[in-house]
Design a protein around this ligand. Structure first.
Ligand code: PLP
Length: 377
């Protein structure tokens, strides 16, 4: 039996990436600028559609950081952030000397709960500080409750940063994730739906904001023959080599989304006969998830005591990677004691949930090995 490692989500090259990288070498554009950077940005702009402008950056974290800077977030400010997420959603708030205010999820999309969000906004305003921004996340590719969340952002006039790092290609009522908020954040890290080996992008609504973001990302150089600076800058631009990988990946993005969705359909087929295990699925046809990761929750009372952790260990014994859901930020030691609004939805998801191998590059024999573990319970 083939016991090679089955990963949760590993890089999947389309074939043309090396041609773009070779071109960068051939033309000596081995730098954090060049034709691949511009080409990758315009590929993304076309893909996202609408009047959107994309700045290619060194990571999704850098994109979040620059979005906060552009919104004027500074020391003493408060920023609301979905608690159930990867730490990179929240860390840039702290880089700016501001305080994260964490908010629970709702059970349908696992993303920010509109009721808890409004409670948080009202309470922070009552306590004397209106939050400077809201960071909402499309977890595992699933769009958050866009209409309800945007209604609150608009009602209280708080800009919304859409952490779409896991949701390139997902959409809500036909509108692509990343194009909905004041800013959209994308990530091209090694495990994401497309990779540049490491990279990210910030999506903005106008050309001038994009230019400002690129200015900040390239050390904030004033227009002068010498090096002159009137603002603090960052070294956050994407390299022309990495962008070349991105251009190749854009050619296969839609195909890879289709393959991830086929993995989800494969799990749907497997789990439909198994009581007590629920596959994370779009609530209705308004939602289209790229199914970056397929995930389940396990009800151990129904499963005769089998927990998500025991299932994870069974996979591990077969050299198959699976992973608990994101541990909520309000339960992380580093964020201990910070304000939190909501109940225990995110906490219960963390305690009972598991992400399953979801890559677009899994083979039939990989699927057989995965099915064998699941059928053994
Ligand atoms: C991956 C990820 C990020 C950060 O992106 P990097 O490119 O790794 O810096 C931010 N938010 C979420 C939800 C992510 O999954």
């Amino acid at each position: 039996m083939n016991k090679s490692k089955i990963w949760l989500s590993s890089p999947h090259m389309g074939g043309n990436e090396q041609n773009y990288v070779q071109e960068a070498f051939d033309t000596n554009w081995v730098a954090p600028l060049g034709p691949n950077v511009t080409g990758f940005e315009s590929d993304l702009e076309q893909y996202l559609g609408g009047e959107k402008y994309v700045a290619a950056l060194s990571s999704g974290t850098a994109a979040l950081h620059l979005a906060l800077i552009q919104l004027g977030v500074g020391p003493g400010d408060e920023v609301i952030c979905q608690s159930m997420t990867f730490s990179a959603s929240a860390n840039p708030i702290v880089y700016q000397g501001a305080t994260p205010i964490f908010v629970d999820s709702e059970p349908d999309t696992w993303n920010i709960c509109p009721n808890a969000l409004e409670e948080a906004v009202k309470d922070r305003i009552a306590k004397g500080k209106k939050p400077k921004a809201i960071i909402a996340v499309h977890l595992y590719g699933m769009p958050f409750q866009v209409d309800a969340v945007m209604a609150i952002a608009n009602k209280y006039e708080i800009p919304l940063i859409e952490d779409s790092a896991e949701a390139l290609g997902s959409h809500y009522k036909g509108q692509k994730c990343g194009t909905i908020g004041a800013f959209g954040v994308l990530s091209f890290n090694g495990n994401k739906i497309i990779t540049t080996s490491g990279g990210g992008a910030l999506v903005t609504g106008n050309q001038a904001t994009k230019e400002k973001i690129v200015f900040l990302a390239t050390q904030a150089r004033d227009a002068a023959p010498h090096y002159q600076h009137s603002e603090i800058g960052y070294n956050y631009r994407l390299s022309n080599i990495c962008a070349g990988i991105g251009r190749g990946q854009m050619e296969v993005l839609d195909k890879h989304i289709q393959l991830r969705r086929e993995m989800h359909a494969f799990y749907n087929e497997l789990f439909k006969e198994i009581d007590g295990i629920t596959l994370f699925t779009e609530p209705n046809s308004d939602y289209f998830s790229n199914h970056w990761l397929s995930a389940i929750t396990v009800n151990s009372e129904v499963r005769n005591g089998i927990t998500s952790e025991q299932l994870r260990l069974r996979f591990e014994a077969e050299n198959i990677e699976s992973r608990p859901l994101w541990k909520p930020m309000h339960l992380q030691p580093v964020f201990e004691g910070l304000p939190y609004y909501g109940g225990n939805v995110a906490e219960n998801l963390f305690l009972n949930g598991l992400c399953l191998p979801s890559g677009s590059n899994l083979s039939d024999s990989d699927r057989e090995r995965i099915a064998a573990v699941i059928n053994s319970i």
